[in-house]
Design a protein around this ligand. Structure first.
Ligand code: AKG
Ligand code: FE2
Length: 202
């Protein structure tokens, strides 16, 4: 990254074809990032997520929470959860994502990874009630982690680092062609909070 892009916060398209992934880098100051990290870590009602593995219901190590402007249903492993109403802090974060990305969002999935042993396997965000080709804004607070994209056909991989207070936007046909993953790592010993602002269609 050259000095100009660093100072102007110009988004860089992370993937070379078949979609758009814009990494804006840090969009919050260190003080703001610390404030939101503390708030999210301590005040979000985190719950273990459930996953069905070979017909067995297990709890993930990672914790999750689900918020939205309406009690949207979130189904995972055939269990339903309903979005909790926005808090004022989450609304501020949503506003920031909307201002920077020029898109709107009506819900947010939050993930808490306690340390590098927790991650997320390759997937694309294609839930049925998610707006098709809608933008997803992803914020990171806390530990910096690596993030990987893998093209479904060519298998090309792209790796980036998600910094504390940074914003990543996935949009267009990205989810049709690319998987993404948060790889586990022994190097990270501290928590990371991730928020993905999304648009649910009823
Ligand atoms: O933690 C992350 O950065 C990614 C989370 C993610 O991909 C998801 O919640 O769908
Ligand atoms: Fe995802």
């Amino acid at each position: 990254m050259n000095l100009f892009t660093e100072l102007s916060n110009e988004p860089l398209n992370v993937i070379p074809y078949d979609g758009t992934v814009l990494y804006y880098g840090k969009v919050f100051t260190k003080e703001q990032s610390n404030f939101f990290y503390e708030y999210l870590f301590n005040h979000i009602p985190w719950e273990y997520d459930e996953a069905m593995i070979f017909g067995k219901l297990i709890l993930t190590k990672r914790k999750v929470a689900w918020f939205g402007e309406k009690p949207f249903e979130y189904t995972y492993s055939k269990r339903s959860k309903y979005a909790k109403p926005w808090t004022s802090e989450l609304l501020k974060l949503k506003q920031k994502c909307e201002d920077v990305s020029g898109e709107t969002y009506n819900s947010c999935l939050l993930n808490l990874y306690h340390d590098g042993s927790e991650g997320m396997a390759y997937h694309s965000d294609g839930e049925k009630n998610l707006k098709k080709h809608g933008a997803i804004s992803s914020l990171t607070f806390g530990a910096e982690r690596k993030f990987l994209f893998k093209h479904k056909r060519t298998k090309e991989k792209i790796e980036i680092g998600l910094e504390n207070g940074s914003l990543l936007v996935m949009k267009g046909t990205t989810q049709d062609h690319w998987l993404h993953r948060l790889p586990p790592t022994t190097k990270v010993k501290t928590p990371r909070v991730n928020l993905t602002f999304r648009t649910i269609e009823e």
